[in-house]
Design a protein around this ligand. Structure first.
Ligand code: ADP
Ligand code: MG
Length: 716
């Protein structure tokens, strides 16, 4: 008897394919000699260098494993400061004599490589004539197979030692927060030896039909639409959010998830977002360095998988005016090697005191470094989103919910110095002991907060969808590390010099922190204008655009912070700042050029064409009706005149913008140039767009050269 094949549920099979294209712990254990594996795991755990002999053994095992899966090439995979990922493939293939060849991959090829890196941005660190940078294996992020290439995650540094990538400072920051947090966690549990930061990102994106996108120079070249009238139906009906996923998009997601799972990326949720054709993908959280790599990898995967499904994936924070933009929430917490989430309330008063210690220190860190945190998410594209009534404002504040607000206000009243036995018992029973494990008001309710406590983690919501998470994660972990060091030092003084008990000392220091970091706590509506005024009174920064926001990155306070913690030196800091300023200028410059081109080469000629049709029509009517023609051509005559007015405005607008660009281009100092692009060039986009969009409404749909919002957003 013939039976129909049972449909295979791909989601059920996931666990069996998870990580099968990753040379992770399991693959290493099974392919390395026991002693080598042990050496390697210890080296990874303790951040030690791996010796040459072990590296050779690992390289051989990696090669065998990869070749069995059809791999022919290997590459060092890294994240230069362009924000994209970089790779240069080399074959395993080597000749060993005339007509003789073998497949070879040695320890030194695994451990270090010298890519021709002269064209990566370096902010002046290396002279581009001498491309002296190298990539070095990061054994904490496992190698993986992409297509037929073995990819080895690496850092990218100059021979002079400066970091040229995103990963190096992140690893240093994670190391700093590990050391600082471990020391504090050991107040509560002497068994703690390591604290890791975890990151769970939520990637928002748009999927647009590939051929429609290809007909839009603005989308292709800048990632966003620089013009386009809003669709009659947009997101007003809220019918997309969490709705049924359109089947073409669903096929894309299943394909993407299948590939992600092979790469050991624990993708978990998928759903529609607020805007039409907008979606979100989120994995289960992981150790921060790995999560950052996985986010970069997923973004690469998305572009490739989208190709196959004839989509273009848009990561831009604001691809469509008037339509919801995209972000990338960064969920962050700290956890110990003993399995405790330091940002989750516990079962006992002591574990809750530990929770409060890390919770309050994080708030203090954000309060003292709010401007730097804002700078960590600054980009030309994220400027469209921050403060635009859909994303958090450019003011950094922390939401903690009513229950924890109450706890903090009670702790604020703790006696200075030694506590009476009664007060101690009271605190234990009624304050610290009363924090519920599940905080009801700390789900996701205040969507307007850029930095919200969500029950067992903080959620940094102001991160943009195009961002490399390493940037905000480096800043967050650095400022928390610094804060925890200060905390430990202060508490130790109270214990050692003032004879306070450990918990008394902790209460004392936390009390002061609560007092001095109040200004950053905000539970209200972050979108409201009232908050902007209030925040100003509180002395919080409100840097609305990137050039303004970036300035703090080279402030003496920032340099001291990074240098003290060994995260970056002055040269590295200044180079990054320079690169980001340059990138801002380039982005706005490209947008300006594309807008000018599209307006002059697409819009105006189309308008003229349609105007000529109208003119011919009027002539014909005149032939038929003689002097009476005006009665029958009134609409046409108005249109002809309006088109001329719009054409004139576009033309003069483009000329004005081009002139401002020319003026900006001769400015020497890059930050002043960026300011000019931001304040003189960019504002002129609006008027050009306005007039083009007006024409879109007047001109024959058949003639209009660009796919419209309606088509881009509603083609499924
Ligand atoms: P949402 O914000 O969409 O309501 P959740 O609050 O359930 O969703 O979780 C959001 C993200 O937070 C998920 O990607 C999850 O993996 C991550 N997350 C959960 N716990 C932690 C943690 N301890 N550290 C970092 N990220 C976490
Ligand atoms: Mg979220």
């Amino acid at each position: 008897m013939n039976r129909a094949p049972v449909p295979v549920n791909e989601d059920l099979k996931r666990s069996s394919t998870f990580g099968s294209n990753v040379f992770g712990i399991a693959a290493m254990r099974s392919s390395l000699p026991k002693a080598t594996f042990k050496n390697l795991s210890t080296a990874i755990e303790k951040n030690q260098t791996i010796n040459r002999d072990i590296a050779d053994q690992i390289a051989t095992a990696m090669k065998e494993w990869a070749m069995a899966k059809g791999v022919t090439h290997y590459t060092h995979w890294f994240q230069p400061l362009t924000g994209a990922t970089a790779e240069k493939h080399d074959a395993f293939f080597e000749t060993i004599g005339p007509g003789e060849a073998i497949e070879q991959f040695e320890g030194n090829q695994l451990v270090q490589q010298e890519p021709d890196a002269s064209s990566f941005p370096n902010g002046g660190i290396r002279n581009t004539f001498e491309a002296r940078g190298y990539t070095a294996w990061d054994p904490t992020s496992p190698a993986f197979i992409f297509g037929t290439t073995l990819c080895i995650p690496t850092v990218f540094v100059a021979y002079t030692g400066e970091a040229l990538d995103y990963k190096t400072p992140l690893l240093r920051a994670l190391n700093a927060v590990d050391n600082a947090a471990t020391a504090v966690a050991r107040y509560f549990d002497k068994n703690v030896k390591k604290v890791s930061a975890s990151l769970g990102w939520e990637q928002e994106y748009f999927l647009i039909d590939k051929s429609l996108a290809a007909a839009r120079p603005d989308l292709e070249l800048t990632g966003r639409t620089l013009l386009g009238h809003s669709s009659a139906k947009g997101q007003q009906l809220d019918d997309h959010y969490f709705g049924t996923i359109p089947s073409r998009a669903l096929n894309f997601m299943r394909d993407l998830e299948k590939e992600s799972v092979l790469l050991g990326i624990p993708v978990k949720t998928r759903h529609n977002e607020v805007a039409p054709n907008q979606f979100e993908l989120a994995p289960i959280y992981e150790e921060a360095n790995l999560a950052v790599d996985h986010n970069s990898l997923v973004m690469d995967l998305m572009k490739k998988v989208a190709e196959r499904h004839h989509f273009k994936v848009l990561f831009h924070e604001k691809p469509f005016a008037g339509v919801n933009g995209s972000g990338k929430h960064n969920n962050w917490s700290l956890s110990t090697d003993t399995g405790v989430n330091l940002l989750a309330p516990g079962k006992t008063p002591m574990s809750n005191l530990q929770f409060l210690t890390f919770f309050i220190n994080t708030i203090k860190a954000v309060c003292d470094n709010e401007e730097l945190l804002r700078a960590s998410i600054a980009s030309a594209s994220n400027d469209h989103r921050l403060g635009a009534n859909e994303a958090p404002p450019a003011i950094m504040s922390v939401f903690i919910g009513a229950q924890l607000t109450k706890v903090l206000s009670e702790l604020e009243g703790v006696t200075k110095g030694k506590l009476s036995p009664k007060e101690k018992t009271d605190l234990k029973l009624n304050v610290v002991g009363k924090i519920p494990e599940i905080l009801l008001d700390n789900t996701d309710r205040n969507r307007t907060s850029p930095f919200a406590f969500t029950g067992n983690k903080f959620e940094f919501r102001a991160v943009g969808s195009t961002a490399n998470c390493a940037n905000p994660m480096t800043v967050l972990n650095t400022i928390v590390a610094k804060q925890l060091l200060d905390f430990k030092a202060e508490a130790d003084v109270l214990i050692d010099k003032k004879g306070l008990k450990k918990d008394e000392a902790i209460f004392n220091v936390l009390r002061e922190y609560i007092k001095t970091s109040k200004s950053v706590l905000f539970e209200g509506n972050g979108y409201g204008e009232a908050w902007q005024n209030e925040a100003q009174k509180r002395g919080l920064s409100n840097n609305k655009n990137t050039p303004e926001a970036l300035k703090v990155k080279i402030a003496p306070k920032t340099v001291a912070l990074y240098e003290d913690l060994g995260v970056m030196n002055k040269t590295e800091i200044e180079a990054r700042y320079e690169i980001e300023v340059e990138e801002y200028i380039n982005r706005i410059q490209i947008e300006g050029r594309v807008l000018g081109d599209v307006a002059r080469n697409h819009i105006i000629p189309t308008a003229v064409k349609y105007q000529n049709i109208l003119i011919n029509n009027v002539r014909g009517l005149k032939d038929i009706y003689g002097n009476d023609f005006k009665k029958y051509a009134s609409e046409q005559l108005i249109l002809i005149k309006d088109i001329s007015i719009y054409i004139e405005s576009i033309n003069s607008g483009v000329t004005k913008m081009t002139n401002e660009r020319k003026k900006a281009n001769v400015i020497e100092e890059s930050i002043k140039k960026a300011d000019a692009y931001c304040n003189k060039v960019k504002p002129l986009f609006d008027d050009i767009r306005y007039n083009c969009d007006k024409l879109e409404l007047l001109i024959d749909d058949e003639l209009w050269p660009l796919p419209k919002y309606r088509e881009l957003l509603f083609t499924r």
